[in-house]
Design a protein around this ligand. Structure first.
Ligand code: HEM
Length: 480
């Protein structure tokens, strides 16, 4: 495993990069352009003419640097957030985003734009708190404690929801010859996280069971739409969806229903937040809704369809290799122990997270003046500057990953592969790091990977192969 520097920033292994040399100090290339016009031009490129991938790639090439100045949306006219950022697009410069000595993360989840706190009970929930704020420690520790306690029921609850999910897919295929599965995945995910994170069984409330998974998507959309590239007809997307904040009131009643559900059905967990972690009752509930709805349900709603597409689109015989591994390792069923042995499935999940990180952009603000290194230069960063990392490019850093554009399901296997986990950053920290009150790494970093591994293993215990196209499943082959 590769040594971590004392700052918590991983150093590039000598097998990957040449021995250290003194890097030249350079001015940060690129520009924010003319006031207002610069940010509007960049915003139109980001959302309309280029899309995020080409936006960052073309500027990186133009500036011949993985570190450069640019603007990111949202911005003028009606959203008053500062669009100026310094982009960090290689593994070494990106890793400064995790070093809480030099950066802070107060209200910078989505850059300088912050959704209105009316969506979260008029309070700043954990994701918006910096590590220097005492509430961050309390809430992060509360979350880590919830995850630790729920580990006992994690796999059985997941298997039970996956069983319902795949039964639903089978019956859709029987009726329509195909299943687009997302409509079945979302209630399964919501039920699973409601039970494991909050201890609340959706079966106790027919209304929540019927529509909470849709309500949460609307709640997320209203908060985040100004920052998301939807790819719908322009200029309508720019005018109606990216120019102003959307209000909370359309979802207020549904949010209240979810609050009441958690207050009642999740009473034990809420009470622990109050008595053991010193939270106020409403603070515990709003944070639970955010963790359940935004972090867990939101994250997996993005991640699992991508994972499924990777399986469905594979033409290399990967499914058969996974079948062989899963069945050889899980004779006694899916448990934490048996799943840990599934090296190929783990590597496949890591590789999917590398090429398609579910949360593509990460931000942090300089806590003080400091020197930021890329692979080939050092740059002066001033206190208050906003750093922006776009992971889909960072995770294709050719200094770290061989054939970075290729999807290699075996990439993270064996010693050489395991060393690369220091550079797998989907969780806002290295995969070898540990989430704690002292950092802003995803509290569920390890459980997210484990859940995805169980998701894949479950499929190939149940089926010999699955096939589909265009985002739908069409064929399921059961073992004879
Ligand atoms: C595929 C699923 C998930 C993805 C992709 C994901 C990703 C992330 C990322 C990128 C961050 C850092 C955000 C930032 O500050 O830039 C984060 C933070 C966080 N995640 Fe996850 N996450 C997932 C699932 C979960 C789950 C299941 C939980 C359940 C407890 C969770 C709890 C948290 C919490 C509490 C934080 C805030 C950490 C802090 O403020 O210190 N996440 N997650």
């Amino acid at each position: 495993m590769v040594a971590m520097a004392s700052s918590g920033v991983p150093s590039i292994p000598s097998s990957i990069s040449p021995p250290p040399v003194t890097l030249p100090l350079k001015n940060i290339p690129g520009s924010h352009g003319l006031p207002l016009f610069g940010s509007i031009a960049d915003r139109l490129d980001y959302f309309w003419f280029q899309g995020p991938d080409k936006f960052f790639r073309s500027r990186m090439e133009k500036n011949r640097s993985t570190v450069f100045r640019t603007n990111v949306p949202p911005s003028f006219p009606f959203i008053l957030s500062d669009p100026k950022v310094t982009a960090v697009l290689d593994c070494k410069s990106f890793a400064h985003l995790f070093d809480m000595e030099v950066v802070e993360k107060k209200n910078v989840l989505v850059g300088d734009f912050m959704p209105s706190t009316s969506f979260t009970g008029n309070m700043r929930v954990c994701a918006y708190l910096d590590t220097s704020e005492s509430q961050h420690s309390k809430i992060k520790n509360f979350t880590i404690d919830i995850l630790r306690r729920s580990s006992k029921i994690w796999i059985p609850e997941l298997e039970s929801n996956l069983s319902t999910f795949w039964d639903g897919i089978e019956s859709e295929i029987a009726n329509n010859q195909k299943s687009s599965f997302r409509n079945l995945l979302q209630p399964a995910l919501f039920n699973f996280f409601s039970k494991t994170l909050v201890g609340a069984d959706t079966a106790k409330s027919p209304e929540v069971a019927k529509s909470a998974h849709i309500d949460v998507i609307i709640w997320l959309g209203l908060q985040l739409v100004p920052t998301i590239h939807l790819g719908i007809f322009q200029p309508l997307e720019e005018i109606f969806l990216h120019s102003f904040r959307l209000p909370f009131f359309p979802i207020a009643g549904r949010y209240r229903r979810l609050y009441d559900f958690i207050e009642k059905e999740g009473e034990e967990v809420v009470q622990r937040g109050v008595s053991e972690f010193g939270l106020k009752k409403d603070e515990a509930i709003h944070n639970l809704i955010f963790t359940l709805g935004f972090n867990a349900y939101g994250g997996f709603s993005l991640f699992l369809p991508v994972l499924m597409d990777r399986i469905l689109n594979d033409r290399t015989g990967l499914q058969q290799r996974i079948v062989d591994e899963v069945r050889a390792k899980s004779g006694s069923g899916l448990t934490f122990e048996s799943v840990k042995e599934m090296e190929l499935v783990y590597s496949f999940v890591y590789e999917t997270l590398r090429l398609d990180p579910p949360v593509p952009t990460q931000y942090a603000r300089a806590r003080k003046d400091f020197k930021l290194s890329s692979h080939d230069a050092v740059f002066d960063i001033k206190k208050g500057e906003l750093l922006c990392g776009y992971q889909p490019l960072v995770m294709r850093d050719p200094n770290v990953f061989e054939e970075p554009e290729a999807f290699k399901p075996d990439r993270f296997r064996e010693e050489k592969g395991a060393a690369l986990l220091d550079y797998l950053f989907w969780s806002n920290g290295p995969q070898t790091g540990m989430a704690s009150e002292h950092n802003k790494q995803c509290a569920a970093k390890d459980l997210v990977v484990l859940t995805a591994v169980v998701f894949v293993a479950y499929i190939f215990r149940r089926y010999d192969s699955i096939a589909g196209e265009g985002g739908s499943i069409t064929t399921l082959q059961r073992p004879n």
